[in-house]
Ligand binder design. Structure first.
Ligand code: B12
Length: 808
C-alpha cells in the first residue's frame, strides 16, 4: 500500500496520472476492438507492462484497466468479478514494484446508457451499476476516478455510489464538446459546482478535446473551483486516415500546454486518447521545477438545474413562488387529482416571466408528499432547466427529492429547532445543496430583528459542525403580515440588514405574506420588496407574473449599480408604454414588459408552442382540438415546430434534453393523427421498403413517410432506424419492393446513405431508391447515386405512384 495518504498531498504535490491505454495495447499486438477488460485476465503481463511504462515515465497515479467494466457491458457476473479483480491486482502489482509511492485508482466510466428522461435507465439502476464496481474494488485500490462523463446526472449517480460505499478519495472527470458544454448542456462552471457539491476530492476534465481546445474550459473551471483540479487532454482532436483514427499532438507540444496549465493552477495532469508514456515523461520534465499553484476560488452559494447555474453574487435572484398550494385552490386540486402537467405549465409560465429559480411545494392533505414531490420534480426537470427550490418540512421528502434531483438543489428549509437541524443538515451535506435557514425556533418567530439574528447565528454555527459553510445558508428573516403585525414588518427588513452586514451570507424572503388582508396587495408587496432589497435581500420569493414587482427589481438593480450600464433594464423595458399620470391606459397598448421570453412563439398555434416547449399533454389536447387535414398538421405545425427546436439547438439556446423532449412530444402528436391518415387506404398497391440509414436515429420524418405511403395503399416494410446497408439489401431480396426509401438527417450520415446505395448496386439489386431527410437535396442524391429525391412525404407518394405505373 502507498505510504502517504493521498488526501494529505492533494493540492500540495502534483499527482501525475497515466495516459492512453488502448493504443498501448495495440502497440503490444492486441487487435483494436478486443474486449479490453478480458485482457486483465488473459494477458495480465501486457496490462502490467503498460502500467509499469507509465510509472517509469513519471506517473504517480495509475488507473485500473476497467473503462466500462459495469454490469451493462459485462453482463456475466462471474466474468465481471474476475476481470475487475484482475484489473485491480495488475495495477497494484505494478504499483508495488515501483521504487516510489504510486497510487492505484479504480477507473469508472459511463454506463453507455442514457438516464431517464433522456433514455430508459432509472437513476437508482445507474447508482447500482456503479455501486457493484465500488464493492468489488474498494479494498483493492487507493482511490476512485470517475471519468469521461458526458452527463452530470450520471456523474451524480456514480458519485453517490462511491460516497455511500467507501470513504476512499474520489476524483471526478468530465468531458466537453467543442462548443464548451457537456453533451447534455452543462457548462464547465456547472460541472464544478455539482462535483464539488457532492463531495469529490478533485475535479477533473479529460478526453474528447486536445489541450488547445480544452484551454478555455480549463481556465473557466480553475476560476470557479475550490478543490484541486486534474487535467487529462487527448493528444489533439481525432483525425482519420485510411479508416483509422489518429492524434497528432506530440509529447513536446502537449507538455508545453500542461506546463501552462500547471502555472495557471492545476494540481495534477495525465493524458487521454492518443497520449503515450513519452507524453507523460515530457510533462514531468517540463514541470519538474514548478510548484503546485492551487488557489481555491472565492466561495459562493450555488444551485443548478439541468443546464443552468445560479450563483449568489451581487444580483437579485427571483424565485417563483407559484408551485405551492398554500392559498391556491386550483393547485391543491391539481395535486390531489394527479394533474401534475398543469403544475408543470405553471412552472413554464414563471420561467417565461423571468424567474431564476422555482420553489416546489406539494404539501396538501391526502397525498403521499414524498411520492408526489419526486414525481413532480421528475416532470419539471424534463422541460424546465432552472434550478428548483425543494420546499418541504418533511426531511424524508427533502431527502428523496434531493436524491433524484438533476443538479444542486436549493433546499427550503432548515430552522433554529435542534431536531430540524439534526435532520436537514446531513441532507444538505450529502447532496451539496444550499439551504434556506428560517429565523424561527422552538419558541416561534421572535418579534425583534436582533432576536431573529441570534437564531440565524445559531443555524450557521450548527451548520459548521457538518462542514457546511455560512455561504451556503440563505437566511430568511420571515415576513409577517402588515395588517395583523404591523410593528414587526420593519423588523424583518432590519434583520435582512443585520445578516447581510454581519454574517456574510445571502438572504431570502417570501414576500406575499406581507400584504394579506390589505387592499391593492401588489402595491404593498412592491414597496416592501424595495425596502428589503435596500437592506440587502438577494432571494425574493415572489410571483414572477406580477410585472410591476419584477420591474421594481430591474429598477432597483440600476439604482443600486448592480445592473451596470442598465443593460438588462434597457433590454427589458425599452418598449414599455407608460401612461401619462391621470390618463387611462391606451386600449390594446402593450403593458410594461419584462422582455418576451421568445418572440418566435408569438402568434404560433398552441400545438406549435407545446411541441417547442415539450408539453406532451397539452400538445395532444391541442391536436385533438384541431379540425384540419392531418397532413397539414404535419407540414404547418409539427415540422416547423421541430425546425425551430433544431435551430435553437444549433444556436446553443437549448440542449439535447430539451431537443429529445420536443421530439417525443412530436411523436405523440403524430401517433394521434396517424390513424386518420391510414383510414382511407384501399387495396395494396405493392411493397415499399424504408429505413433510416446506419448511425442515424432520427426517425420522425421516416415514420411520417411510412404512414402517408400506407394511406395511399402501399404496403410498407419499415426497417427502423440506424439500419446497416446489408439489412436493407437483405430486405430488398426478401420483399422485392417497388422502391426503397432512405432517410438521413445528419451530414455525417449521408455517407451511410451512399454506402447503402453502393452495396445495393454491388449486389445487383436494381430496385430504385428515393431519398429524403433534412440534409438531403436533389444534388446530394445525384452525387451519391440515388434515383429520386423526395422533399417531403407527399413527394414520396408521387414517386412511388409513378414507379408503380411504370411497373404495370
Ligand atoms: C428531433 C431531432 C432529434 C431527436 C430524434 C428523435 C427521433 N426519434 O427522430 C433526437 C433528440 C434523438 C436527436 C438526436 C440527435 N440530433 Co437531432 N434533430 C432533431 C430535429 C430537431 C428535428 C428532426 C425531425 O424530426 N424533423 C421533423 C421531420 C418530420 O422532418 P424530416 O425528418 O426532415 O422529414 C421530412 C422530410 O425531410 C422528408 N423525409 C425525411 N426522411 C425521409 C425519407 C424518405 C424516404 C423520404 C421520401 C422523405 C423523407 O419527409 C419528412 C416529412 O415531410 C433536427 C432539426 C431539424 N430541423 O431537422 C435535429 C438535427 C437533425 N439533429 C442534429 C444532431 C446534431 C443530433 C445529435 C448528434 C445531437 C447530439 N449532439 O447528440 C443526435 C444524433 C443522434 C444520432 N446518432 O442520430 C442536427 C444535425 C446536424 C447536421 N446537419 O448534421 C440537427 C439538424 C439539429 C441541429 N441544427 O443541429 N435529434
Amino acid at each position: 500500500m502507498a505510504k502517504k495518504d493521498i488526501r494529505e498531498i492533494i493540492g500540495k504535490e502534483f499527482f501525475v496520472f497515466d495516459g492512453g491505454f488502448g493504443s498501448q495495447l495495440q502497440l503490444r499486438g492486441v487487435p483494436a476492438g478486443t474486449n479490453s477488460a478480458e485482457i486483465n485476465v488473459d494477458r495480465a503481463d501486457l496490462v502490467c507492462a503498460i502500467h509499469t511504462d507509465y510509472i517509469k515515465a513519471g506517473s504517480t497515479c495509475i488507473v485500473t484497466n476497467t473503462f466500462g467494466a459495469d454490469k451493462f457491458h459485462i453482463t456475466d457476473e462471474k466474468m465481471r468479478v474476475e476481470q475487475i479483480t484482475a484489473a485491480c491486482n495488475n495495477a497494484r502489482k505494478s504499483a508495488d514494484e515501483a521504487d516510489k509511492d504510486v497510487y492505484v485508482f479504480y477507473d469508472m466510466a459511463p454506463t453507455g446508457k442514457l438516464l431517464k428522461p433522456l433514455g430508459d435507465l432509472d437513476f437508482e439502476d445507474a447508482v447500482d451499476a456503479f455501486k457493484d464496481q465500488v464493492l468489488l474494488a474498494r479494498d483493492l485500490v487507493d482511490g476512485f476516478i470517475i471519468e469521461t462523463m458526458t452527463d452530470l446526472y450520471e456523474v451524480k449517480a456514480a458519485m453517490l455510489a462511491v460516497k455511500e460505499n467507501t470513504d476512499k478519495p474520489l476524483f471526478v472527470s468530465v468531458t466537453f464538446q467543442e462548443n464548451g458544454n457537456m453533451l447534455t448542456g452543462a457548462s464547465p462552471e456547472q460541472a464544478v459546482a455539482l462535483i464539488e457539491g457532492l463531495g469529490a476530492d478533485v475535479v477533473a476534465v479529460n478526453c474528447a478535446l486536445g489541450p488547445n481546445e480544452l484551454e478555455p474550459i480549463i481556465m473557466r473551471m480553475l476560476n470557479t473551483a475550490r478543490i484541486p483540479m486534474l487535467v487529462q487532454p487527448n493528444a489533439g482532436l481525432p483525425k482519420f486516415r485510411n479508416g483509422e483514427t489518429y492524434y497528432d499532438v506530440g509529447p513536446d507540444e502537449f507538455s508545453d500546454y500542461i506546463k501552462k496549465f500547471v502555472e495557471a493552477g492545476i494540481s495534477g495532469f495525465g493524458g487521454c486518447c492518443g497520449t503515450t508514456p513519452d507524453h507523460i515523461r515530457a510533462c514531468c520534465e517540463k514541470t519538474k521545477d514548478l510548484k503546485v499553484n492551487f488557489k481555491p476560488a472565492e466561495e459562493v452559494a450555488r444551485v443548478c438545474g439541468t443546464t443552468t447555474l445560479v450563483e449568489f453574487r451581487n444580483r437579485v435572484i427571483r424565485c417563483g413562488e407559484r408551485l405551492n398550494p398554500t392559498g391556491k385552490k386550483k393547485m391543491k386540486l391539481a395535486l390531489q387529482e394527479g394533474r401534475l402537467y398543469d403544475i408543470v405549465d405553471e412552472g413554464l409560465l414563471q420561467v417565461e416571466a423571468g424567474a431564476n429559480v422555482l420553489d416546489v411545494n406539494v404539501g396538501v392533505p391526502g397525498i403521499d408528499e414524498t411520492a408526489v414531490m419526486v414525481e413532480l420534480i421528475t416532470n419539471l426537470q424534463e422541460v424546465i432547466d432552472l434550478p428548483l427550490q425543494i420546499d418541504s418540512s418533511n426531511p424524508d421528502t427533502l431527502e428523496h427529492a434531493c436524491r433524484i434531483y438533476n443538479g444542486i438543489p436549493l433546499i427550503n428549509s432548515v430552522n433554529g429547532k435542534k431536531e430540524v437541524m439534526d435532520a436537514v443538515f446531513p441532507i444538505v451535506k450529502k447532496y451539496g445543496g444550499t439551504v434556506i435557514g428560517l429565523c424561527i425556533d422552538e419558541d416561534g418567530i421572535p418579534p425583534t430583528a436582533p432576536q431573529r439574528f441570534e437564531i440565524a447565528q445559531r443555524i450557521i454555527n450548527e451548520a459548521k459542525k457538518y462542514g457546511i459553510s455560512h455561504k451556503r445558508i440563505v437566511i430568511d428573516s420571515l415576513v409577517l403580515t402588515a395588517s395583523a403585525q404591523q410593528k414587526e414588518v420593519i423588523e424583518t427588513a432590519k434583520c435582512v440588514g443585520l445578516v447581510t452586514d454581519n454574517l456574510g451570507c445571502p438572504t431570502a424572503l417570501g414576500l406575499s405574506n406581507v400584504s394579506f388582508g390589505l387592499p391593492n396587495r401588489p402595491l404593498i408587496n412592491r414597496t416592501f420588496l424595495v425596502m428589503a432589497l435596500y437592506a440587502g435581500l438577494k432571494l425574493p420569493i415572489l410571483n414572477p407574473l406580477d410585472k410591476e414587482l419584477m420591474g421594481a427589481i430591474d429598477a432597483f438593480e440600476v439604482l443600486n449599480y448592480s445592473d451596470v450600464n442598465a443593460e438588462d433594464y434597457i433590454s427589458r423595458h425599452m418598449n414599455d408604454v407608460v401612461a401619462k399620470p391621470g390618463a387611462a391606459p391606451a386600449p390594446g397598448a402593450p403593458s410594461e414588459s419584462t422582455g418576451s421570453a421568445d418572440a418566435e412563439l408569438d402568434g404560433k398555434s398552441a400545438l406549435f408552442k407545446s411541441i417547442v416547449k415539450g408539453q406532451k399533454h397539452q400538445a395532444v389536447d391541442a391536436v385533438k382540438a384541431m379540425d384540419i387535414e392531418p397532413l397539414a398538421i404535419v407540414s404547418d405545425h409539427l415540422v416547423p415546430a421541430l425546425d425551430k427546436v433544431g435551430r435553437d439547438y444549433d444556436k446553443g439556446i437549448i440542449f439535447l434534453p430539451q431537443l429529445m423532449v420536443s421530439a417525443e412530444t412530436a411523436k405523440l402528436v403524430f401517433d394521434e393523427i396517424k390513424d386518420k391518415l391510414t383510414s382511407n387506404a384501399g387495396p395494396s398497391k405493392g411493397c415499399i421498403v424504408i429505413a433510416t440509414v446506419q448511425n442515424d436515429v432520427h426517425d420522425i420524418g421516416k415514420n411520417i413517410v411510412k404512414v402517408v405511403l400506407q394511406s395511399y395503399g402501399f404496403d410498407v416494410v419499415d426497417l427502423g432506424k440506424d439500419v446497416p446497408p446489408e439489412v436493407v439489401c437483405d430486405a430488398v431480396r426478401e420483399h422485392n419492393p417497388i422502391a426503397v426509401g432512405l432517410s438521413a438527417l445528419m451530414t455525417t450520415t449521408v455517407v451511410s446513405m451512399e454506402a447503402t446505395i453502393k452495396m445495393m448496386k454491388e449486389q445487383g439489386l436494381t430496385t430504385p431508391t428515393f431519398c429524403g431527410g433534412a440534409v438531403v437535396t436533389d444534388d446530394v442524391v445525384k452525387k451519391i447515386g440515388g434515383d429520386y429525391y423526395a422533399a417531403d412525404a407527399m413527394e414520396s407518394v408521387r414517386i412511388c405512384e409513378k414507379l408503380l405505373e411504370e411497373n404495370t
